[in-house]
Write a protein that binds this ligand. Structure first.
Ligand code: LR7
Ligand code: MN
Length: 464
């Protein structure tokens, strides 16, 4: 396991007396016994005693039997560990805050309840915050195998966090501009967003920043909300390449995550300014969510004199493509002849979006995999996801496939959506036609232009 960290990290020396102390806060809901205990024991074993003030476990009103007396008894002989029980289901945001409210350390370190802290994980986080109080610092998140529970480590370099316009968190390679800024491979890596579960922050600074949005329920959205807030209100969000923590990605969470969209709406309402429309266009049903009251969070933004979202995009996340969303040029791309059929692209793996054929499917009006944008550069962009796909025709091909969008639009990505509704592919001089493939499978295909109704297309923002 010694190869998990870079050599420079392993050789680092710390002056323990001068580092801030930390309270580690772990909220859990219905977690399995072994993964929860592995988290707790790895914190105790891998953290220098002098730095670890306490471990605060917050039981978010779990109902599994092993998390009651049996857990109390297990933890009773661990002097640094405290267990708090929520008296109702709070969701991860309020559960974490319940833990934070009585924390005595200088720094709050949040962890998920199925982690394993690697040797030397804590010192770099505390050192960085000791040097710079407004730095919020994440460890590198290593993988723990879901089947064998083996600590797999991290393949290659740490990645940074981003998001797509549905407000879904994404991972990215470290961009060139950030590599240039870093003074060495063991320097912190600035990241536009965090995954959410694993980070350290000065307790004082966390309070100053407005901790968390307590209007967020259960799961989701809080990670991007806190990321936007950190950057827009004067802090920095970083990953420390010397700090490693493993995390289990379960196939299914032990609870439902359907509140996540309302949480994202809260984040969008408070932090995105005019860019929130881009989010709503890709999640039309988000407009129907009841998301509660956000005036307090808007007042917080005023009080802290936070910068606007445009500043964030230009300075913190310039790699993110900002869609144009011109009126009439985004949404479902529907066929006129075969009414009710829309462009549809459903890559089997969200992390490998290109290379598959675009099909036609019953229009559903939910954005997502039926959302396309016609740009002023004459691309049909599939830009709900990251990285963004562009509609393309392979050389000599007649079907429509997805390729990665390019800075300079390649000829085979070039489409003209004309006022008569035809979708003209200039390179092949053909028009896109809705065609029946088999029984009830339809696809868009290149065809000689006839302007038949099956060669006419129009964008529709949402279902009427
Ligand atoms: O109602 C709840 N109450 C809780 O206490 C729901 C969850 N929780 C606890 C849960 O037991 C766990 O300890 O909150 C923690 C996070 O829940 P997970 O582990 O089910 O979430 P996740 O790992 O799938 O999701 C990531 O995104 C979430 C968005 O809300 C949170 O920010 C998670 O902390 C976050 N996890 C990570 O960042 C770990 C690394 C992920 C990667 C890569
Ligand atoms: Mn988790």
């Amino acid at each position: 396991m010694s190869t998990v960290r870079l050599r420079g990290c392993r050789e680092q020396k710390y002056n323990y007396e001068s580092l801030p102390t930390t309270s580690v806060i772990i909220a859990f809901y219905n977690e399995a016994w072994s993964t929860l205990l592995r988290t707790v024991y790895s914190v105790l074993e891998m953290s220098p005693d002098i730095l670890l003030e306490e471990v605060i476990l917050v039981d978010d009103y779990s109902d599994r039997e092993h998390l009651k007396e049996r857990l109390e008894a297990e933890l009773a002989h661990l002097p640094k560990v405290r267990l708090i029980h929520a008296t109702k289901r709070e969701g991860l945001v309020r559960a974490r805050l319940l833990g934070a409210s009585g924390a005595k350390g200088d720094v709050l370190t949040f962890l998920d309840c199925h982690c394993e802290c690697h040797e030397g994980w804590l010192e770099p986080l505390l050192q960085r915050i000791g040097d710079e109080e407004t730095a919020v610092v994440c460890p590198v998140i290593d993988m723990i195998d879901w089947n064998t529970f083996e600590y797999l480590g991290n393949s290659g370099e740490p990645q940074i966090g981003g998001f797509d316009w549905r407000l879904v968190f994404t991972w990215h390679v470290v961009p060139e501009r950030e590599r240039k800024r870093m003074r060495s491979p063991i320097d912190v890596i600035r990241s536009p967003t965090m995954a959410g579960g694993l980070f350290a922050v000065s307790k004082k600074y966390f309070q100053y920043l407005g901790s968390y949005d307590t209007g967020m329920e259960v799961w989701g959205g809080e990670n991007l909300e806190v990321s936007f807030r950190i950057w827009q209100c004067g802090g920095t969000l970083e990953t420390h390449p010397c700090s490693h923590v493993g995390h289990v990605f379960p196939k299914q969470a032990p609870y439902s995550r359907k509140k996540a969209l309302a949480n994202s709406v809260r984040a969008a309402q408070v932090w995105l300014d005019e860019f929130k429309e881009l989010f709503y266009h890709r999640n039309p049903h988000a407009r129907l969510e009841s998301f509660g009251d956000v005036t307090e969070r808007q007042q917080l933004r005023e009080k802290l004199k936070c910068k606007d979202f445009r500043w964030f995009l230009e300075n913190v996340y310039p790699e993110l493509h900002v869609p144009e969303d011109r009126p009439g040029c985004f949404g479902m791309l529907q066929n006129k002849g075969l009414q009710g059929l829309c462009f549809d692209y459903n890559p089997p793996d969200e992390n490998q979006i290109v290379g598959h054929q675009v099909i036609l499917y019953t229009c559903h009006g939910l954005g997502q995999n039926q959302f396309f944008e016609y740009t002023s550069r004459k691309e049909i962009r599939y830009n709900t996801h990251q990285p963004e796909g562009c509609l393309a025709v392979e050389a000599g091909g007649e079907s429509l496939v997805m390729e990665l969008c390019q800075d300079l639009v390649p000829e085979n990505h070039y489409f003209l959506l004309l006022s008569d509704g035809s979708l003209f592919h200039e390179q092949s001089k053909k028009c896109v036609q809705a065609e029946k493939k088999s029984n009830d499978k339809f696809v868009p295909l290149l065809w000689d232009c006839t302007l038949s109704s099956r060669q006419q297309w129009f964008f529709q923002e949402q279902m009427l």
